[in-house]
Each structure stands twice: as structure tokens, then as C-alpha cells.
Design a protein around this ligand. Structure first.
Ligand SMILES: Nc1ncnc2c1ncn2[C@@H]1O[C@H](COP(=O)(O)OP(=O)(O)O)[C@@H](O)[C@H]1O
Ligand SMILES: Nc1ccn([C@H]2C[C@H](O)[C@@H](COP(=O)(O)OP(=O)(O)O)O2)c(=O)n1
Length: 231
């Protein structure tokens, strides 16, 4: 029989939500890698289904057209935090899902209830089969997808800080235009009827505006350690 000192730590489910540019992806990947957990970028899944709709000429101004084909593409997420992957019907779409076109259309596609039901089911199945546990990042993970997560984090940062971070990634991007696009997408994601971007009542809110990425990672790792110790 294993003693408490040698037993493997219990699987832990961590939900990290928040608006764009708050540090969800960078923090989640680093925390998962450091703690030996799986990692799931749910935004990449919504981007992947949006990419498929654009690629297949679906009318994205018509929610019923989106709903009618929501079950068609097969989306597979690789959950190794050191090398996350995403494919649609076997095609690697890690690059194409980051284009400005997909970014500008993803909020419309992800607001459709049939799309959310499909992707939510996929997310629950991935989280349920992660043996060591998983860090899942998105917009509605703590509120809807995994309401029983062991730890829920809600990251925030000022629009200025978020836009500066995002334009730093997109070479030559105008900070003001980036900020406008980002604020518009957050408003759409927060105001949709089906599982909007929102902080769960029991989530820990971390304002990352004045924190370095390393500080945010350390904060989350500490919180996970506390939850594990209490399990
Ligand atoms: N606390 C932070 N301070 C400075 N830059 C950060 C911080 N957190 C993340 N970043 C940078 O901001 C950009 C966006 O971070 P990302 O993790 O993709 O955010 P999100 O997933 O919330 O959209 C990345 O280039 C990342 O390195
Ligand atoms: N759990 C989630 C994750 C993302 N989405 C939607 C809404 C977001 O604007 C898009 C893209 O998410 P993503 O996390 O890739 O966006 P950023 O990296 O923050 O720019 O997907 C969602 O509706 N629910």
C-alpha cells in the first residue's frame, strides 16, 4: 500500500478564464508544464470551428446556417503543454486559426448555442480523461464547462496593457486599432446569451496589469499547491 508521503498527487482540474490578452494561454501552459498537467486552449477550438466555417463558405451572418453544420468538423486538440496541437478533419490549423479574419469572426460563431454545446461536450471529455489533471483556459470554463473545477482563476488586466501585449505579438500592429478590436470582441463575448465570458462566483480574480508573467505563474502554482494539499 502507498503511504501518504509517496502517493502521487491527486488529479487536479484548474479553470482559467478572462478576456483577451490577460495572459491565460501563457500562464496556463507554464503552470501545466511545471506541475505535469495536461493543457487545453478552448479558444483554439472555437477558432478551429470558425476556420472550418470560413473555409467551407458558410454564411456567418446566419446563426441557423452555422447551427446546421456545427456537428460536421472533427476537431482534435493535443494537450501536451510543451507542444499543444489542433487539427480539423486531420489538417493542422494552428497557424490559420490566428489570422485576422478568423479573429474577427470567432465571436459570431462561438455565440451559436449548437456550436457551444458541441465544443463544451468535447472539452468535458478531454478534461475527464486527463489522468494527472488539466489546466483548461477560456471564457466559460469556471461557470459552465467545469463548474466543479478544483481551482478557478479569473485573469484581468487594463485594456491598455492587453492591447500593448497583443500588438507586441503582431509585428507592426497599431496599438489603438488592436485595443479597439479587443474591446469589441470582449463586449461580444460578454454579452452573448449562452455562457458568456464571466467570472464564476468562486473564482480567484488576479489583475495582471502590474504583474510580470512569472509572478502570475507563481501565484497560480501556489494556489494549485494549496488546493492539492487540501484534497
Ligand atoms: N503579466 C504579463 N506581463 C506582460 N506580458 C504578458 C503577461 N502575461 C502575458 N503576457 C504576454 O501577453 C501576450 C498575450 O498573452 P496570452 O497568454 O496569449 O493571453 P490570452 O491567452 O489571455 O489572450 C503574450 O505575448 C504574453 O507573453
Ligand atoms: N471558452 C471559450 C473560449 C473562447 N471563446 C471564443 C471567444 C473568443 O473571442 C474566441 C477566441 O478565444 P482565444 O482564447 O483564442 O482568444 P485570445 O487568445 O484571447 O485572443 O473564442 C469562447 O467563446 N469560449
Amino acid at each position: 500500500m502507498e503511504t501518504a508521503a509517496t502517493a502521487a498527487p491527486a488529479a487536479v482540474i484548474v479553470a482559467i478564464d478572462g478576456p483577451s490578452g490577460t495572459g491565460k494561454s501563457s500562464t496556463s501552459k507554464a503552470v501545466a508544464a511545471q506541475l505535469g498537467l495536461s493543457y487545453l486552449d478552448t479558444g483554439a477550438q472555437y477558432r478551429a470551428i470558425t476556420w472550418w466555417m470560413v473555409h467551407n463558405g458558410i454564411d456567418l451572418t446566419d446563426p441557423s446556417a452555422i447551427a446546421a453544420v456545427a456537428g460536421k468538423p472533427e476537431i482534435i486538440s493535443g494537450t501536451d503543454p510543451a507542444a499543444p496541437t489542433i487539427t480539423v478533419d486531420g489538417t493542422d490549423v494552428a497557424g490559420p486559426i490566428r489570422t485576422t479574419e478568423v479573429t474577427s469572426k470567432v465571436s459570431a460563431v462561438s455565440a451559436v448555442p449548437e456550436v457551444r454545446a458541441r465544443i463544451t461536450e468535447l472539452q468535458r471529455s478531454i478534461a475527464g480523461s486527463a489522468e494527472q489533471g488539466i489546466v483548461v483556459e477560456g471564457r466559460d470554463i469556471g461557470t459552465t464547462v467545469l463548474p466543479d473545477a478544483d481551482l478557478k482563476i479569473f485573469l484581468t488586466a487594463s485594456p491598455e496593457a492587453r492591447a500593448a501585449r497583443r500588438s507586441g505579438e503582431l509585428k507592426g500592429a497599431d496599438v489603438k486599432a488592436t485595443q479597439e478590436a479587443l474591446v469589441k470582441r470582449d463586449a461580444a463575448d460578454s454579452s452573448r446569451k449562452t455562457s458568456p465570458l464571466a467570472k464564476a462566483g468562486d473564482a480567484v480574480e488576479v489583475d495582471t496589469t502590474e504583474l510580470t508573467l512569472q509572478q502570475v505563474i507563481e501565484c497560480v502554482v501556489t494556489l494549485v499547491g494549496e488546493k492539492r494539499a487540501a484534497k
